[in-house]
Ligand binder design. Structure first.
Ligand code: S3P
Length: 734
């Protein structure tokens, strides 16, 4: 490997990078160029760089050139580098603005553009210059890569590796989004600090006025000690986005001002409370933990009298398919593009886990992702336990991927996930030769990594998570992995594996799959349809709301997921599928539903796996139906995000609905619904189901513990409100 690295600009960031690289690999040949001869002399004397020279001279020899100059100097430097760097040389930068480079890049040769990887370490301080440089500046910090469409995947991979090598976490997004976000997260706070620092002496001048300013003033204005020349440069480079950020801030600030001026104390208190929640979420995320329900408990209040308005809506992308798109895209060779990705917490945990495994993923941005596949053997050992929040799918499928890697890993989750059974995957994976353990059969999962061999496995329960886990592990196994399912369950993994070019033989018997290990996945594009499990809440809402007629557009109607439609139709609902089509290997349709009187039905085991996630809201339909509904063969409902049989029984009981539970099901008699306070037990689907029930309640319902709705259906309450529910969200301080 060519070990020559050239750094253009030895200020705080360039100098810290030189120091970090020197510590990481003493054999690197680091050269630098700077107009500040003192910085160069000091770096040479300290042994941080091996050589100082002119830009053209050091770039000609370098394998990687890092541009670490102030943003406005970037375009001219890039033009110079394009003229002197060799055809193989990769170029990256560290500027805190990205889109101002785009015009210059467009004027440079395509070959140069394909080797340029825009980058930005989210690290720094109010100090500047080589004197403030530190080798550990990037340790544990985020670095954003903003590759262009035409940036070569190999270039992205090399620059990712460079930052990871010195301890950083690599995120990725488009240059435009980077600049919008940085305007809000960094450029605006700097402007505010600069503006604030001068306000006190200007307005209340006089000797000693600073004696009256203490910690709050110091904390708030710390950024105003930053180098004005550099900040003038940054703000000019990102002027449009910073002006937009200032406008947004002005609007928010006005809410505080108006609440104070109008003595609207509840509004003031609400604003303060929301802000504190946001700040607590930031603290948790910064400490490596997930936001969850930071700083309080989220409740839904739903008043009676709501009704579903006629209309057409779209629900967010399918959660199951979103998880799989990340996983298979990461395992593939080449760049996969995904649209319709669910930006909910569960799928975002999967995304973050694969980033930690060394995969570059651009986005999500309006549901779009670009995944730079690492190939089957391209993952890096994770540096910390992988946090999967509330997501059983993420944990079980990821375990399959990780079992066949050459490194150890650990998978962790929240309180609910830590109670969910894992032996269903631990046992068959161990049979394949995996080194894997879970204390008492519960997370955390500890995976040793190693060599796998194919097995022939008959699943005791129809679980798509188990099936998918074993098929993914089978990709890394020697020989053939055969999985038999006792009954049909969702087949997204099989469909998507085929889309990525994997041969999967469905065998001679129904429900049998054979997969030969060692196959290569080739990148492909995936358009993810709306999630029928999220649509289910509005299907039932329209089915029970008098006079309702609603169309849900672009919903996945894979036959292994449409149990909800079959069951609601059996109950008398009027549901029609329009415009059936195929999208990304999955059947999709627009679903129209009109309210009709419902009646109770018997739901047997054969339908359970096909509607497994929809039972909470189906039980709401049952409570609004004439007569009795009985569900059996559904013991699996007891080991979901909560014991859904007990959670629903408890809530329906509070609403006055007669019911009886069994080990494998529940019987519900339809009737009048009252109101009251219901605990969702932190289960997203229980929370949303009871919000829908309020359409037929005589009194208001308060649903507690609703933060996890964000795992699968971000924006649920807003959409429900828009469609006619009288729903509001409130924080209760914990
Ligand atoms: C899922 C499968 C189902 C479902 C879960 C998502 C998946 O679980 O309940 O929400 O994406 O494979 P089981 O397959 O374990 O029943």
């Amino acid at each position: 490997m060519n070990k020559h690295i050239a750094i253009i600009g030895l200020g705080l960031i360039g100098g810290s990078l030189a120091k970090a690289l020197r510590e990481f690999d003493a054999s690197l040949a680091i050269a630098a160029a700077d107009t500040d001869q003192n910085a160069l002399a000091r770096a040479l004397a300290d042994g941080v760089i091996g050589r100082a020279g002119a830009l053209a001279e050091i770039c000609a020899q370098a394998r990687i050139v890092v541009v670490a100059v102030p943003p406005l100097a970037g375009p001219a430097v890039l033009r110079q580098i394009a003229q002197c760097a060799g055809p193989e040389t990769l170029v990256t930068d560290v500027a805190s603005v990205k889109s101002h480079l785009l015009a210059t890049l467009a004027s440079l040769p395509a070959g140069f553009r394909s080797r340029f990887v825009p980058g930005h370490p989210l690290a720094g301080s109010e100090q500047s210059g080589f004197g403030a440089a530190r080798a550990d500046l990037f340790q544990g910090r985020n670095v954003v890569l903003a590759p262009l469409e035409e940036t070569a995947p190999e270039a992205v991979a090399r620059i990712h590796e460079l930052w990871r090598g010195i301890g950083a976490q690599v995120l990725a997004m488009s240059p435009e989004r980077h600049d919008r976000i940085l305007a809000l997260s960094s450029h605006l706070p700097h402007v505010l600090a600069f503006a604030m620092a001068g306000l006190l002496p200007r307005r209340e001048g006089g000797a000693g006025v600073h004696h009256y300013a203490a910690t709050g003033f110091a904390d708030f204005t710390r950024l105003a000690a930053s180098e004005p020349a550099l900040w003038s440069d940054i703000l000019r480079a990102n002027a449009d986005a910073t002006v937009a950020a200032l406008d947004a801030f002005g609007e928010d600030l006005k809410q505080f001002r108006d609440a104070l001026a109008a003595e609207d104390w509840p509004a003031l208190g609400g604003n303060l409370q929301r802000a504190r929640r946001a700040r607590a979420a930031f603290d948790l995320a910064r400490g490596g933990k997930e936001a969850g329900n930071a700083g309080g408990e989220l409740c839904f209040h739903v008043r009676p009298g709501g009704a579903i308005r006629p209309g057409r809506i779209r629900v967010p992308g399918d959660k199951s398919i979103s998880h799989r798109a990340i996983m298979l895209g990461a395992l593939a060779e080449g760049v996969s593009r995904v649209s319709g990705f669910l930006e909910g917490e569960d799928a975002l945990h999967t995304l973050a886990a694969f980033r930690e495994l060394g995969v570059t993923i651009v986005g999500p941005e309006d549901g779009c992702l670009r995944i730079y596949g690492a190939g089957a053997n391209g993952f890096q050992a994770p540096r910390k336990p992988l946090w999967l929040g509330n997501s059983g799918t993420a944990m079980r499928l990821l375990a399959g991927v990780l079992a066949g890697q050459g490194f150890a890993s650990e998978l962790r989750g929240d309180e609910s996930l830590s109670q969910r059974p894992m032996n269903r995957i631990v046992k068959p994976l161990a049979d394949m030769g995996a080194v894997i353990s879970a204390d008492g059969g519960k997370p955390p999962l500890r995976i040793g990594g190693g060599r796998l061999r194919g097995i022939d496995y008959a699943m005791p329960v129809a679980s798509a998570q188990v099936k998918s886990c074993l098929l993914l592990a089978g990709l890394f196994a020697e020989g053939v992995t055969s999985v038999r399912e006792p009954g049909p369950c969702r087949d997204h993994t099989e469909r998507m594996l085929r889309g990525f070019g994997v041969e999967l033989d469905t065998g001679s018997r129904p429900g049998m799959m054979n997969l030969a290990g060692g196959q290569t996945l080739s990148a492909c594009d995936i358009d993810i349809p709306g999630d029928i499990s999220s649509a289910a809440f509005f299907l039932v809402a329209a089915a029970i709301s008098p006079g309702a007629s609603l169309t849900l557009e672009h919903v996945g109607v894979n036959p292994t997921r449409t149990g909800i439609i079959d069951i609601l139709r059996q109950m008398g609902a009027d549901i029609r599928l329009h415009n059936p089509r195929e999208s990304g290997g999955e059947p999709v349709a627009d679903i129209e539903v009109r309210q009709r009187p419902l009646h109770g039905v018997d739901i047997g085991a054969e339908l359970v796996a096909l509607a497994i996630d929809e039972f909470p809201v189906l039980l709401v339909a049952a409570a609004c139906a004439e007569g009795e509904t009985r569900i059996s063969g559904a013991a699996e409902l007891r080991v979901k995000e909560s014991d859904r049989i007990e959670a629903m029984a408890e809530g329906l009981g509070i609403l006055g609905i007669e019911h009886e539970t069994f080990p494998d099901g529940i019987r519900v008699t339809g009737g009048e619904l009252g109101g009251g306070v219901i605990d969702s037990r932190g289960d997203h689907r229980i929370a949303m189901a009871f919000a829908i029930a309020a359409l037929r309640c005589r009194q208001a319902i308060t649903i507690r513990n609703c933060a996890n709705v964000a795992t699968s259906f971000p924006g649920f309450a807003a959409l429900a409100r828009q469609m006619g529910l009288d729903i509001s969200e409130a924080d209760i301080d914990s």
